[in-house]
Structures are given as structure tokens and as C-alpha cells.
Design a protein around this ligand. Sequence first.
Ligand SMILES: NC(=O)c1ccc[n+]([C@@H]2O[C@H](COP(=O)([O-])OP(=O)(O)OC[C@H]3O[C@@H](n4cnc5c(N)ncnc54)[C@H](OP(=O)(O)O)[C@@H]3O)[C@@H](O)[C@H]2O)c1
Length: 288
Amino acid sequence: MTAPSSKPLLLLGADGMLGRAFVELFQTQHRAFEALTLPRFDLTNPDSIKDAISTRFAAAINCAAFTDVDAAESNQALATQINATGVGQLAINCRLASIPLVHFSTDYVFDGNGRVPYPPSPSPTNSRPINIYGQSKLRGEELIREVSDDHLIIRTSWLYAPWGKNFVRTIAAAARTKPELKVVNDQQGRPTSAQHLAASTLALLDRRSRGIYHLTDSGDCTWFDFAKEIVRLTGTHCKVIPCTSADFPRPAKRPAYSVLDIAKSEHELGPMPPWQSNLAQVIALLET
Ligand SMILES: NC(=O)c1ccc[n+]([C@@H]2O[C@H](COP(=O)([O-])OP(=O)(O)OC[C@H]3O[C@@H](n4cnc5c(N)ncnc54)[C@H](OP(=O)(O)O)[C@@H]3O)[C@@H](O)[C@H]2O)c1
């Protein structure tokens, strides 16, 4: 591994679920960083993007995004402005400052019709997003790649952390008060600990890796499998019942199969821990 730059890292969107994981990581590792959040850093405001980026940073790590998948269906313009146009402007400013841009994308850039894990190709087969959020994130990837090769685009999926709005906290809270929960069993993917994702991303950046990577926990499951393990680990007595996506219609369609192939990341970083062991660590720290 190359020695990390002595310049500080710039963390954008620092108060989101993943942003907070980076803040904790940098503090634990005594890494110099500066954090920006809304309203000072606003991906809908080109001046705020320009003001944020400077040559004095080692890299910009962007955790800011429009992440409400269902709300994106009725807010296409805003989702596109934040996840695509704003990200493109961020890439241009990083190029002008000659600093790498680390950016996060999603399994939802895929249509879900695959049957084997999707490799981290730039223009992948099955890359026909079936919802507005996925389309906006794919466009963001494309704009970054058009501007410069000095980027690390990390596609990830099903993020969870002890904090923030995520499936683990939702199920853990519901399991405390409800005797049973119905959870969809026809979407398959890879859960990802935000804390592990932050640490793995920093390891790739320190190695000066560039391009598109997939980073998740290892193993895969359905939301039903995931919920059953959350309930087991929290020690509650809630019954988890499988159902189909059709039982719970939502504004945005979800891909049926969105397992990301993490072999390239594992080749560089070593094996990713199974989702069950990362989940157990997060459950132990869960904020209620
Ligand atoms: N969560 C997942 O399951 C998942 C899965 C795959 C990929 N990802 C990707 O991983 C990254 C991190 O996701 P996350 O779950 O940590 O998201 P998050 O918790 O929703 O955090 C996103 C952050 O961006 C901020 N933000 C929203 N609009 C903004 C704007 N116009 N300008 C600047 N900041 C803005 C939000 O602020 P407010 O809260 O104040 O709006 C929030 O702090 C995103 O790129 C996301 O697309 C997430």
C-alpha cells in the first residue's frame, strides 16, 4: 500500500448514513479531513460545488445523493439534478483541481434480469435501470467517466449502519412491537455494512485504485432472509413471513436480482466478510 497523502480528505454529505461511517473511521484512524454538509455544500448549487473543491485536498469523497428511491419517481428533475448534473459538476471541479473523486453508485443501475453476479463493467449488460433513482445514478457514473479517469466509482447495495434510516433499524424496531412482519422474498441482493464499506473504500483509495468497483458484504440473500437474521440477532420473538413484491406495491420498481460481483475488490483487498458477521457487529451497536 502507498502511504496516504498528508493532505486532508474532503468528505461531502458527511451527515448521511455512509458519511457518518467515514467520519468515525477518519477519527479512529486519526486521518485529516474536512466535512461538508447541506446547505453549505449543495449538489443543486454549482457555486457551492466550486467553492468546496480545492487543490489542498488529497481527494473528494462524495456521500451526498438523492437516495429516496420511491420519492425519485415523482421528483425526477431533482433526483437527476443531484445524482447526475451536480455529480458531473463535481467531477469537472475535481479535474480542475487535479484531485481524484470517490463516488458511490448502486446495484439499481442494473435491471435485475441477471442470474449471476454483475461484474463492475462501465457499460454493463443488464444496465437498464428500471427506476428513476437508478437512471439518475447511472447518468452520474457516465458524467464522471466522461470528465476524467481520476475517479473511484464504488457501486454498493442494501446499506445498513447502527444509525440512519435503513432496513436493519426499521426491522429491529418493528420486531420489538409487532408479533409478525411480512417481508418480500423475491428480491435478491447483497447487504452492505456502511462501516465496512467506508473502510474498504479508504483502503482502495490508499492503494490508488481507480475505475469502477463493486463493494458489498459477501454472500447474498433476500430481504426476507435478511429480516429473519435481524430478528434472530436482536433476540425478539417476532415471526417473519415471506411475501412477494406484488403484495407491497411501491412507487418505484425494484430489480429482482441485484447481486454485485465483488471479485475485483476481493482480489485487491482480500475476502469481504459475510453479511451475517457484519450484521452481528452492527446489531451490537444499534442506535434505538
Ligand atoms: N442506502 C442504500 O441502501 C444505498 C444503496 C446503494 C448505493 N447507495 C449510495 O451510497 C451513497 C450514500 O448513501 P446513504 O445511504 O448514506 O445516503 P443518505 O443517508 O440519504 O445520505 C445522503 C446525504 O446527502 C445529502 N443530500 C441530499 N441532497 C443533497 C444535495 N442537494 N446536496 C448535498 N447533499 C445532499 C443528505 O442530506 P439530507 O439528509 O439533509 O437530505 C444526506 O446527508 C449514495 O450515493 C447512495 O446513492 C446507497
